[in-house]
Design a protein around this ligand. Structure first.
Ligand code: SF4
Length: 264
């Protein structure tokens, strides 16, 4: 099956895509509960693979629950017919998946379809953890098997450069919300350096890593995934960090008694 990505915008062209081999999750069927013609996110990370954020509001052409569920069932049935062994059904796509107002309903339905068509597959959500105060989002995430929360910075200054949040979102609030989320959780952290919007970005600087480690220790996730740039970033001049640099940071995570895996 083709991995349908627009070569110009890097946006997923469908609501359900793949399956694709994921570096972190194995053979994964992707669910994009967001528009196919534009990215919707409340962050505007310069490293984003979907380009710059146009809107933080999921207005306009959001897929309905019916359309998403129908596409997912069709794909799952096709995978089963082809004898494909899915490892994951992953919510990600063209922005922040928890921004869909029916996120919980879609995720719960995905779990039921998984039970029917691919009981071995884990339902995973990649999220920037900004919507954990919404009861419905929290309840939906509770139903997932894997929750990967984004944590890219240790200080508010670096957070504003690396993730460029909309509105009044702060790193302190997000870390508090992740700590209060009472279920096993993983962290995913992107490291890179470069310049964007006139500001220098280097979240691998020792003082930044030290501040980030304090949050990691407080959250105490089941695992931390550290990675660097893989596909074309919104800001194309950014630099990938080396595997050795990622490993050096990962070692400091392991010293806290928390497993860490690097992907370069
Ligand atoms: S949170 Fe994810 S989707 Fe949103 S801008 Fe950052 S990388 Fe892109």
């Amino acid at each position: 099956m083709a991995h349908d990505i627009d070569p110009t915008t890097q946006l997923h062209l469908t609501y359900v895509y793949g399956p694709v081999p994921s570096r972190r999750l194995g053979l994964s069927l992707g669910v994009n509960p967001l528009p196919v013609e534009t990215k919707v996110c409340n962050f505007d990370c310069p490293y984003c693979e979907c380009g710059w954020t146009v809107s933080d509001r999921p207005t306009g052409r959001l897929p309905s629950v019916e359309v998403l569920v129908s596409e997912l069932e069709t794909k799952l049935a096709a995978c089963r017919e082809r004898g494909l062994h899915l490892d994951a059904i992953t919510f990600a796509g063209n922005g922040e998946p928890t921004l869909h107002p029916n996120f919980r309903q879609i995720l719960e339905t995905a779990c039921r379809l998984r039970d029917t068509y691919a009981p071995q597959a884990k339902v995973a959500v990649l999220t920037n953890a900004t919507r954990l105060r919404q009861p419905d989002v929290r309840a939906g995430l509770m139903r997932a098997d894997i929750r990967q929360f984004k944590l890219d910075a240790g200080t508010e200054t670096m957070f504003r450069r690396v993730d460029r949040p909309f509105g009044k979102l702060t790193l302190a609030r997000i870390v508090d919300d992740i700590c209060a989320f009472d279920a096993p959780k993983m962290l995913q952290s992107m490291f890179f350096r470069g310049r964007s919007g006139g500001a220098l970005i280097d979240n691998t600087a020792p003082e930044e890593v030290a501040a980030w480690l304090q949050h990691v220790a407080r959250i105490h996730p089941t695992e931390v995934h550290l990675y660097s740039l893989d596909r074309t970033a919104a800001e194309p001049t950014l630099e990938k960090v080396t595997q050795a640099e990622l490993e050096a940071i990962a070692e400091q995570v392991r010293a806290l008694g928390i497993p860490a895996v690097t992907y370069s």
